[in-house]
Design a protein around this ligand. Structure first.
Ligand code: 5GP
Ligand code: ZN
Length: 137
């Protein structure tokens, strides 16, 4: 993927503040952080998003994220950590190379994730749950 910005970061063609690297996963600081220490964990191989990433590799990414998140929390004195993945334009994905956000959070930092509403009609959630269940393989 010659045009992919994260592939360029992985190859060292674009500089980044790296905080972790192994043979499969690279973690570096986000250039436009929500809070200082906001990092991105990416597979070294290009996959468009998490849904396209092989299961074993996704598992390895999560293991790295857990380790890195603990270090970020300590060093930034974060009160909480969001671990988030945007998959697809509609979900807010802007770089189409799979990545996991690790975001230090503070009680009064003012960021909001998503609100929630009661949008199911009577019995609707049970039907939907059954449909999703039958699609899982
Ligand atoms: P997304 O919106 O796709 O979930 O997240 C992409 C993230 O990549 C954004 O938070 C954005 O700030 C970060 N980003 C985009 N370009 C660069 C870059 O060149 N270097 C670094 N370090 N982060 C980048
Ligand atoms: Zn890429």
């Amino acid at each position: 993927m010659p045009e992919c910005i994260f592939c360029k970061i992985i190859k060292g063609e674009i500089p980044s503040d790296k905080i972790y690297e192994d043979d499969l996963v690279l973690v570096f600081l986000d250039i436009s952080p929500i809070n200082k220490g906001h990092a991105l964990a990416v597979p070294k191989e290009h996959y468009e998003n998490l849904l396209e990433t092989p299961e074993e590799l996704a598992g390895k990414m999560m293991a790295v994220v857990k380790k890195v998140a603990k270090a970020i929390k300590i060093i930034t004195n974060a009160e909480g950590i969001n671990i988030g993945i945007n998959n697809g334009l509609a979900a807010g994905q802007s770089v189409f190379h799979a990545h996991i956000h690790v975001i230090p959070r503070y009680l009064n930092d003012g960021y909001k994730l998503w609100g929630s509403d009661k949008i199911y009609g009577p019995g609707e959630s049970q039907i939907l749950a059954e449909k999703i269940k039958s699609e899982i393989n």
